[in-house]
Write a protein of this length. Sequence first.
Length: 98
Amino acid sequence: MLSTDPKQESMIKRIEQVVSILMEERPLFKEDINYAEMVEHLAKVFAENLSFEKFNIISEQSFKNRCSGIMSLQLLGKIGEDFTPEQMAIFDEAIKRK
């Protein structure tokens, strides 16, 4: 995502730093999430939901937690992508029993 807007560049840089940290801390993120796609997705989510001013005042810990939550949801969404119909049926049955 190339941008000439200094605000957007600042936002992307902050997102890139946190995504890198989270991917190092949590190997599943690194294995199953595409870094560039996640940075782009997070930039879009934050740009659509927060003004630049509100984005900038989010504490580092809160920002990291928000990014981690979004990344976790993306990872959760991948469960079952490669399941066969039989595996999906087993998974569905296991979920129903819980």
